[in-house]
Design a protein around this ligand. Structure first.
Ligand code: NDP
Length: 241
C-alpha cells in the first residue's frame, strides 16, 4: 500500500489515541485532518505536524459541523482516503445511578457520532477506495458491571462495522480496533466517583501508552489493499478483563 499523500481524517485527534495516531500517520507520509472540539489543541498539533495537516473544529454529535468538516477536507486536502472513527467518551457508572444524561452522551458520541462521521465522509472514501477504521474497545467484547452504556456503544460499533464490512467491500476496507486499557485522559471525565477511581487505578497500573495502539493501526492500514485486518483486540499483557 502506498501511503504517500493518502489523506487520513481522525476524529478526536486532540488527545490520547487520536493524537498519537496523527503523529504516526503523518510520519508515514499521510496528510491529515484533525477533528475535535478543542480547536486550540488541534491547532497546536497541526502546527507541529506541518503544512499537510489541518485542524478542524467539529463535534461528532453536531451533523452540520461534520458536513462542514467534510467540505473542508475535500477542498483543502482533496478528500479522505482514511476515516478513523476515534472520538469517544467513557463516562462509566452503574446503570441504576442517576447518570442518565451521560449514558445518552456516550451513545450520541461513540455510536451515533461514528455513524454521522461515516455518512458524511462515505462518498469521499468510495471515490478514493478508502479505509474505515472504527475504534471499539475490549468493552465491545466483554461487558463488566458499571460499563452497561459504554459497552452498548462498543458492541454497537462492532455489529455496525461487521454489516458495513460486507456492504462496502471491495471498495472500502472496514477495520475494528479493540484496545484494552490505554493511558489517556479518557477516565478523567468520569463523574461517578467510584467508577472514576477504579478506571484511573487501572490506567495507572495496567495501561499501555497510546503510541502502542497507533502503531498497530498504522500497520493495519499499510497492508496491501487485497487484505483487511478486520478486527484487532489488543490488551496490555497484564490485563485480565
Ligand atoms: P481521550 O479522552 O484522550 O480522547 C477522546 C477524544 O474524543 C478527544 O480527542 C476528544 O476531543 C474527542 N471527543 C469526545 N467527544 C467528542 C465529540 N462530541 N466530538 C468530537 N470529538 C469528541 O481518550 P482515548 O484516546 O483513550 O479515546 C479514544 C477512543 O479510544 C475512544 O473511542 C475510546 O472509547 C477508545 N478506547 C479507549 C481506551 C482507553 O483505555 N483509553 C480503551 C478502549 C477504547 P475534544 O474533547 O477536543 O472534542
Amino acid at each position: 500500500m502506498t501511503i504517500a499523500n493518502r489523506v487520513a481524517v481522525i476524529t478526536g485527534a486532540s488527545s490520547g489515541i487520536g493524537e498519537a495516531l496523527a503523529r504516526v500517520l503523518v510520519a508515514q507520509g499521510h496528510k491529515a485532518a484533525l477533528l475535535g472540539r478543542r480547536l486550540d489543541r488541534l491547532t497546536l498539533l497541526a502546527d507541529e505536524l506541518g503544512a499537510d495537516t489541518i485542524a478542524v473544529q467539529a463535534d461528532v454529535t453536531d451533523r452540520e459541523s461534520m458536513v462542514a468538516a467534510a467540505q473542508r477536507v475535500q477542498h483543502e486536502l482533496g478528500g479522505a482516503d482514511v476515516l478513523i472513527n476515534n472520538a469517544g467518551v467513557m463516562l462509566t457508572a452503574p446503570f441504576a445511578s442517576d447518570k442518565r444524561s451521560e449514558h445518552r452522551q456516550m451513545i450520541e458520541t461513540n455510536l451515533l457520532g461514528a455513524m454521522t462521521a461515516t455518512e458524511v465522509f462515505l462518498d469521499q472514501l468510495r471515490v478514493k477506495g478508502g479505509d474505515l477504521v472504527n475504534i471499539s474497545s475490549v468493552a465491545g467484547r466483554v461487558a463488566p458491571a458499571g460499563f452497561a452504556a459504554y459497552a452498548a456503544t462498543k458492541w454497537g460499533i462492532n455489529g455496525w462495522s461487521e454489516a458495513l464490512r460486507v456492504e462496502l467491500q471491495p471498495d472500502i476496507r472496514v477495520m475494528v480496533i479493540e484496545p484494552g486499557a490505554v493511558a489517556t485522559e479518557l477516565s478523567d471525565h468520569i463523574s461517578h466517583r467510584e467508577s472514576k477511581k477504579a478506571a484511573q487505578d487501572y490506567r495507572d497500573n495496567v495501561a499501555v501508552p497510546p503510541e502502542d495502539i497507533a502503531e498497530v493501526i498504522a500497520f493495519a492500514l499499510g497492508r496491501p489493499k487485497r487484505l483487511t485486518l478486520n478486527e484487532i483486540l489488543l490488551r496490555p499483557t497484564a490485563q485480565l478483563m
